[in-house]
Design a binder for this molecule. Structure first.
Ligand code: ZN
Length: 684
């Protein structure tokens, strides 16, 4: 690991922030915090923290000696001055004299001494920064240091490697007591350049930003060099099936096994989004014969517990062509995981001075020998965080096992951390959105109705994939939504299969499909060319069937129901003259919806349709609107509002209808009409 310090970059940052009135000390604190936060070998996703002791003016322009320390909810990789709330230093230092301090009082005292009352909560490790005298203090959970600090004889190993240059602090949960202990270790030998916190991480400190940062790099590099010396192909492989199923084949099964039945949620299940990872290092780890020993040993640093739980769920290796057996094994593994979790909670809650509320018992990491690992989360972002932490944990455990034996915290310490009120607060208490954890695919996703529908479903918490013909429109729509772009032709079976494979590879499965792609063909039915009718059937009927078939295949593997939504048209109910080539396949698609509702209701897969009419930007082009209003002798506005309610119906109205049907958990085989009122098209 090399120092990335650059005088030029540091000076640029100082100059940049000076224009916003930010002091040199704080600007440099931002600079090296970002250097540390940009390297996943040092910190990941809000882990670690940094501080600087400086003088700032309070709101009354009175200078005050403060500690600017990383605020809760900020990531070091992209921290701003606002992410380093300033706390009056003297009151923090005076806390050192106390014998005990509750977490609640610690947080209140820290908040009460913020210069700006609207600042975020200072880090839970604020007192540790305050009790040490150095101007700049850096703290990371460096992977390499943890490989040494997570060992049964970690203290001796670290002492041997670092000599007297680094102090060793035994494991204590973050907070007041750890802060006091760290200060005592430092004071016993003030010549140390840093502290290794056993089973937790590492601190470095100095009078300058560069000094503290480069001491961190030096401490971590020393650990890396030491580990590289002992490197070998660590894990002896287990005997696995010769031919293994792929991640795409097993993801829906894993996803289904990890969903919780939840009658209170819209989908009747609490589902997770999956993020798959593999590669040589992960395979060496997950394929190992002793996976159960080191794989269930615990987290690399306690702060990962809230994202990954204490250990992953290990499912059997999936043999190709034997997915039913895999599904059975996976379900049993998850059931055992859940039962063990309940027992763990009960065991420790019984002796906890404050009674806790049990969290959901589902794993956040699933390890699959022969394949790789999945991170699980209620959103794609949370799944990626779990997967990133799992990957980093794999590195730590692998290196620890190469050098000795990986050892995590004991179960009581893990429980204390998982159920620590200050850690729970990091996850936020926000109410979850109704489609959280669900994955929605929208065909015709680059069109007006597709985009509007995807936008609403995203807002309701679903992860979104857009399937449409390749091109700028699709890329722009996906980018704007943060959705997965699936380029393909819905009338081509290979394209649709490939799109579903990519969808499953990205999110682990699918729960909602909006079969929306369509186009209008015209012709008087007695005279129309056969080819026109067949082309229209390909897009307006068979593409819906093809998409629904793939969706149902995956939904049945998940075993958690699902929702099929079809965009039928007014033409399906109230044919227009010369629109047979469009209306007839749409009528068939209406029948298709009912057939899916009938055949798959028993599997909790719902099927519904939206009957929309006269949507600008849908199938109606500006030329068509002009021609039709001319033909009727009315203005365009009168034409578009030619319904009982006398107002134009929009793509957003159609999108709301799709969202409503996605949430209507006891509605299937229904047609929702979105046309402003047209008695001739009313279902009868
Ligand atoms: Zn820490």
């Amino acid at each position: 690991m090399h120092s990335l310090w650059s005088d030029a970059a540091a000076n640029d940052m100082v100059a940049h922030y000076a224009r916003a009135g930010v002091s040199r000390d704080v600007a440099l604190r931002v600079y090296t915090s970002r250097l540390l936060g940009g390297d996943p070998r040092l910190v990941l996703h809000g882990g670690g923290n940094t501080s600087v002791k400086t003088e700032l003016c309070d709101l009354l322009d009175t200078p005050a000696e403060v500690l600017c320390v990383k605020g809760s909810g900020w990531d070091m990789g992209n921290i701003e001055p606002a992410g380093l709330p300033a706390v009056r230093l003297d009151p923090l230092r005076r806390l050192r004299e106390r014998e005990a301090l509750s977490d609640e009082d610690m947080v209140r005292i820290q908040r009460a001494n913020l210069l700006d009352p609207s600042a975020p909560n200072p880090s839970v490790e604020t007192l540790l920064h305050a009790f040490l005298p150095h101007k700049f203090i850096d703290h990371t959970h460096a992977t390499a240091v943890l490989s040494l600090a997570d060992q049964p004889d970690a203290a001796a190993r670290c002492a041997e490697l670092y000599g007297s240059s680094v102090g060793i602090v035994p494991y204590i949960m973050p907070g007041f007591l750890l802060a006091r202990k760290a200060a005592e270790v430092y004071e016993a030998d003030p010549s140390v350049e840093g502290l290794v916190l056993l089973k937790h991480g590492v601190f470095s400190f100095a009078e300058t930003a560069r000094g503290a940062y480069e001491r961190m790099i030096a401490i971590v590099t020393r650990a890396e060099d030491h580990l590289a010396g002992g490197r070998r192909n660590v894990f002896v492989p287990a005997s696995l099936p010769v031919s293994l199923a792929s991640a795409v084949e097993i993801a829906p099964i894993v996803r289904g096994a990890c969903a919780l039945t939840d009658m209170a949620s819209e989908g009747l299940y609490k589902r997770f989004v999956l993020d798959f990872r593999t590669g040589a290092a992960i395979r060496n780890f997950v394929d190992g014969a002793e996976l159960v020993r080191y794989g269930l040993a615990g987290v690399a640093t306690p702060d990962h517990t809230i994202r990954t739980k204490n250990y992953p769920c290990i499912v059997p290796a999936p043999e190709a062509g034997r997915l039913v057996a895999f599904a059975k094994g996976a379900c049993e593994a998850v059931e055992k995981y859940v039962a063990d979790y309940h027992a763990y909670f009960a065991r420790h809650n019984a002796v906890s001075p404050v009674k806790k509320r049990e969290l959901d018992p589902m794993p956040r990491v699933v390890v699959v020998p022969g394949v790789g690992l999945f991170g699980l989360g209620r959103s794609a972002k949370d799944a990626a965080i779990a997967a990133d932490l799992a990957e980093s944990w794999v590195t730590t455990v692998t290196d620890a096992e190469a050098a000795g034996r990986f050892e995590s915290l004991n179960e009581a310490d893990l429980f204390e951390m998982e159920y620590w009120s200050l850690e729970q607060a990091k996850l936020g208490g926000a109410v979850e959105k109704p489609l959280a954890g669900q994955v929605a695919l929208v065909t015709g996703g680059a069109g007006t109705i597709g985009r509007a529908t995807a936008h609403l479903m995203k807002g309701a918490g679903a992860e979104i994939a857009l399937l449409d013909r390749p091109g700028e429109a699709l890329d722009a729509a996906a980018k704007g939504l943060g959705a997965l772009a699936l380029a393909g032709d819905v009338t081509n079976d290979d394209d649709v299969r490939a799109a579903f494979d990519r969808l499953v590879a990205r999110f682990g499965g699918v729960d909602i499909v909006v079969a929306n792609a369509g186009a209008a063909w015209q012709g008087r039915i007695g005279e129309v060319d056969d080819k026109i009718l067949r082309d229209s059937f390909e897009l307006n009927f068979f593409a819906h069937q093809r998409v629904a078939q793939h969706a149902v295949r995956i939904m049945l593997q998940q075993g958690t129901g699902g929702c099929l939504l079809f965009n039928v048209s007014k033409q399906a109910l109230n044919p227009g003259a010369d629109f047979g080539p469009y209306g007839i396949p749409k009528a068939a698609t209406l029948a298709l919806m009912r057939q899916y509702a009938l055949d798959y209701g028993g599997s909790n897969i719902r099927a519904n349709a939206v009957n929309a009419d006269r949507i600008r930007g849908g199938l109606l082009t500006p030329e068509m609107i002009a021609a039709r209003s001319r033909a009727r002798g009315v203005s365009e506005a009168e034409y578009m509002g030619g319904n009982l309610l006398r107002r134009e119906v929009t793509a957003d109205d159609v999108a709301r209808s799709f969202l409503h049907l996605a949430l209507a958990r006891n509605t299937t085989a229904a047609i929702d009409t979105v046309d402003g009122g047209n008695i001739a098209a009313a279902p009868r």
